[in-house]
Design a protein around this ligand. Structure first.
Ligand code: GLN
Length: 304
């Protein structure tokens, strides 16, 4: 048994001394105000123990981390029909890259890049009665926390500046891979990205992926096979054109967001969340990646 708390403290003290913290995502203007010095890390073990240090209870914009939660809801609702509209291959390109989408006839490479997540958002808009409300209720339920909410200013900020996401949605629509109006789908997508959660809330939400599809309340949401597939997608596609690097250095399925959060997990063992808003050139949290690399190196706990 490792002394996880002592290790998290070492990682925290390393991180607060770091000189190069990367830079805040300013392309979504509302995110530009966040203090780059925030740093939090939280670990939840499958048998329910919690360890945390720093700003691990402070909510932040989960951004693309939401794509995994949206995918799980879409798989719960429509099962394998998802794969008629989105592929499962790494893209090797940035999250908002568009050229492949045209070459590949409007079928996004995977559900964790923006174009793929927009198709998943379309599936949720079609299959949920009150899409934004119902999706938030799903997240509150799996997290067992009613305080989680959308940050409307972040959603609005992205709506005003999300030209590439509009381009992706229009391209998808032109290939008939979007059933709802572009504005409705993007309104949902910008809101899902604008959900605010803390590291400790994220660890709870992602429990179901480490626990064969069953959330903390022991309710089965997706099958064991679906949980395995989502973990495989996180490993191969969760960090865009840095997915190889994350597997190489950290060795866990995971997902990043431009709010500076990263969630990673070892199936059947633990979920770990880290938040440091400064991003590296690929749009992933600079210190977050480093802390996770140190964590799996010290504990020797990775899927490899
Ligand atoms: N909402 C962001 C966008 O669509 C999400 C990107 C990210 O977190 N990588 O640009």
């Amino acid at each position: 048994m490792h002394d996880y708390q002592a290790l998290l403290e070492v990682l925290y003290h390393d991180a607060i001394k770091a000189k190069n913290r990367g830079s805040i995502a300013t392309y979504i203007p509302e995110l530009a105000h966040i203090d780059i010095n925030n740093f939090g890390i939280h670990l939840k073990t499958i048998d329910g123990k919690d360890f945390g240090i720093g700003d691990y209870n402070k909510p932040f914009s989960i951004q693309s981390i939401s794509k995994v939660l949206a995918l799980s809801k879409a798989m719960e609702l429509v099962g394998d029909a998802v794969w008629k509209r989105v592929d499962v291959e790494p893209s090797g390109n940035p999250f908002n890259f568009l050229s492949l989408l045209e070459i590949e006839n409007g079928i996004p490479r995977n559900p964790l890049i923006n174009s793929g997540a927009i198709v998943i958002a379309d599936i949720l808009v079609s299959n949920l009665k009150n899409p934004k409300e119902d999706f938030l209720s799903y997240i509150k339920m799996i997290t067992n926390d009613d305080s989680i909410s959308y940050n409307e200013s972040v959603a609005k900020s992205e709506q005003i500046t999300g030209f590439k996401n509009y381009a992706a949605a229009n391209l998808l629509k032109s290939f008939k891979n979007l059933n709802n109006p572009v504005d409705d789908v993007l309104d949902f997508y910008f809101h899902q990205c604008a959900i605010e959660m803390s590291c400790s809330q994220l660890s709870k939400a992602f429990y179901l992926f480490a626990n064969k599809g069953k959330c903390l309340q022991n309710k089965l949401h997706i099958s064991e096979q679906q949980a395995k597939r989502i973990n495989a997608l996180m490993l191969t596609c969760g960090f865009y054109d840095e997915a190889g690097e994350f597997a190489f250095k950290v060795g866990l399925p995971g997902k990043s967001g431009v709010g500076g959060g990263i969630i990673a997990l070892l199936p059947n063992h633990f979920i770990i969340s880290v938040w440091s808003p400064g991003l590296n050139k690929k749009g992933n949290s600079q210190l977050g990646m480093h802390a996770l690399q140190q964590f799996t190196t010290h504990t020797k706990r990775s899927i490899f």
